[in-house]
Design a binder for this molecule. Structure first.
Ligand SMILES: Cc1cc2nc3c(=O)[nH]c(=O)nc-3n(C[C@H](O)[C@H](O)[C@H](O)COP(=O)(O)OP(=O)(O)OC[C@H]3O[C@@H](n4cnc5c(N)ncnc54)[C@H](O)[C@@H]3O)c2cc1C
Length: 448
């Protein structure tokens, strides 16, 4: 990692390691007032670590170069926000949660969640966060399970911003029943790699990605004992100019700056070393990225919710009807106040989940072996659910409290409203999270 903000990131990464001797720079951070977040932000920042607050501060500074009008225009013209990705890559932020020896910052999902929340909260919304997030979460299983040689070849260019990644799991005919997915990777008869055939759907950023994390069957469903077996994870070149690969954009409700696609594989060739980890172990491997994704998406939902409340409270202070600001009426003030409290509660769940995820990683100095993967799964799913619902409440109440202007594009909350459905239904729907909690935490019979 080089360039302008690399020193901030190196400082942050040092701060994340309690075992590393404290440096002069660390002392400088310790003497700062506890909260470095400007007062204009709504979220209460007490209790966050100095690393998280430093990330928040630096990301807000970068995002300040991208105005609300920039995001409105990207949404309306369905144009990818390449400039944000370039600005974050330039300063080393894409590798926030990847190893330092690869050029990353070596931080955790706790700091990455703060980064994505901040991007969304800056006004970039879910579109801004989604233009970055697969590069952060989908690379987690690659960084953990790939060989050193694969990591070097695959991840350095993601961190530098030269390459971008997409995540290919969902299929049109299987939906949330991931274990039934049908895309097949068969050994090429020549002995050189695999041939991929099948279909994926809703793949974000497939129009701009150079790599894809792909979950495919290497043993057909009918031939395995358990559906979780026979799946393999690949990190493939996503080269749309090659035969056998096509990506078609899906028209959608919100987040229009970032494309979502149907992807068709027809005998598409990938080399042998695109396989990450062992053949047949792909489901276990990819789960590592899925829990991270839930924590990040929870952060993105929070950012969107706080962004909406910031707009609506500012409007409620200024808009005068019947001789007083509308925000002086409790019918306007109370729904916004309760939406704020829901966001604050979801914030606690989100950063608790991110902390459990990080501290369950044996390679970290703060590893806690008592944290089970079950606990991480419960926390990450719960956080995603709670943050998505809190964001929805904040966006809906913001639109309603602004009257007609809540519906006008130039006031931006209508864009946030359209975007806030995504964390409710992806990467796993709220119904499936309740099924999971009902079964795994409450011990009720499996309902699906
Ligand atoms: C904007 C966007 C971006 C996305 N990006 C990606 C991406 O980059 N990569 C990727 O792989 N996927 C991506 N997805 C896909 C997303 O993860 C899926 O849409 C999501 O997992 C839901 O799957 P589905 O749409 O097939 O719903 P379905 O599985 O068809 O389910 C439909 C509805 O039925 C409900 N339901 C089904 N079964 C049950 C049950 N037993 N009990 C209760 N309710 C049930 C579900 O909760 C849901 O509400 C994206 C989706 C969107 C909208």
């Amino acid at each position: 990692m080089a360039k302008a903000l690399s020193s901030t990131l190196h400082t942050v990464s040092r701060l994340s390691r309690p075992s590393i001797p404290r440096t002069t720079r660390l002392t400088r951070f310790q003497t700062r007032p506890f909260s470095i977040t400007p007062r204009r932000r709504l979220m209460e920042t007490s209790g966050f670590t100095e690393e998280q607050l430093t990330v928040r501060d630096a990301i807000f500074k970068i995002c300040a170069n991208f105005s609300d009008d920039y995001w409105m225009e990207r949404d309306q013209t369905e144009t990818y926000p390449h400039e944000l990705h370039a600005a974050l890559a330039k300063d080393g932020w894409i590798g926030i949660a990847l190893q330092e020896e690869l050029g990353g910052a070596g931080l955790g999902i706790s700091e990455a969640t703060m980064m994505l929340q901040t991007i969304a909260e800056s006004g970039a919304g879910l579109a801004g966060a989604q233009s970055i997030h697969a590069n952060v979460y989908a690379t987690q299983p690659v960084s953990k399970f790939a060989t050193k040689d694969q990591r070097d070849r695959f991840l350095r260019k993601i961190i530098s911003g030269e390459w971008r990644t997409c995540f290919g799991v969902t299929e049109p005919n299987t939906g949330l029943e991931t274990l039934k997915l049908k895309t097949l990777a068969t050994r090429d008869p020549s002995g050189d790699g695999y041939r991929i055939s099948g279909q994926k759907i809703w793949i974000s950023s497939a129009q701009v990605a150079t790599k894809m994390v792909l979950l495919a069957r290497t043993t057909p469903l009918e031939e395995v004992k358990k559906p979780s077996e026979g799946l393999s994870m690949f990190y493939i070149d996503f080269d749309r100019s090659q035969p056998g690969l096509e990506a078609k954009k899906i028209r959608k409700m919100g987040g229009r700056a970032v494309d979502a696609n149907q992807v068709f594989f027809d005998n598409y060739h990938v080399p042998k070393d695109a396989l990450i980890g062992e053949e047949g172990q792909g489901f276990k491997i990819i789960l590592h990225g899925m829990n991270a994704e839930r924590a990040l998406l929870a952060g993105e939902a929070l950012g969107l919710g706080y962004a909406a409340l910031k707009k609506s409270t500012a409007y409620a202070k200024e808009r005068v009807v019947f001789g007083r600001p509308i925000g002086q009426n409790q019918a306007i003030q109370h729904p916004l106040a309760s939406a704020y409290m829901h966001l604050e509660a979801a914030k606690l769940a989100t950063y608790h989940a991110a902390r459990l995820y990080d501290r369950s990683n044996p390679s970290r100095p703060d590893y806690d072996p008592s944290i089970t993967q079950h606990a991480v799964g419960v926390a990450c799913n719960s956080a995603k659910y709670l943050a998505a619902e809190a964001a929805f409440t904040a966006c809906e109440r913001s639109v309603m409290s602004m009257g007609g202007m809540g519906y006008a594009a130039e006031y931006h909350v209508e864009r946030y409203m359209r975007e806030c459905f995504v964390p409710r239904l992806a990467p796993v729907s709220r119904e499936m999270i309740m099924n999971f909690i009902g079964e795994k935490s409450l011990g009720l019979p499996r309902s699906y």
